[in-house]
Ligand binder design. Sequence first.
Ligand code: THU
Length: 138
Amino acid sequence: MTEMQIKSLLDAAVSAMERAYAPYSNFHVGAALLARDGRIFTGCNIENASYPVTICAERAALSSAVSAGLREFSAIAIVGGHHGKMEDICTPCGICRQALSEFCSPETPVYLGKIDGYTTLTLGELLPHSFHLKEDLS
Ligand code: THU
């Protein structure tokens, strides 16, 4: 991806983060998934008074994309921070790594943005040996 494409994916994640509903942790997260057809799907974290009901930004973005019929992705950008300040990179939680591994290859770049730059990792680096069902369950 070009620097410009990475920048616009990170910008989309920041815009999504601005819509985070996080009154309990005050930790705001935004994610932007780039679908193979070029469209960008975003998500923010959505907290709940019953804490475990919370949906992470990455899975919100995945839900949006998959619900729209997209199942192949070429990159994801993630940003976050206390009150959205983005002082450090925000790495995806374990559940989100596994959720992403259902639809993204281990080579998929994960751009982790912060206020003064970004770090690139692959999904395989974040989640080696991810779980997949290999047998035919039909
Ligand atoms: N959060 C995400 O949205 N994504 C992650 O990968 C890590 C955590 C959210 C969940 C919760 O609303 C807040 O960050 C603090 O855990």
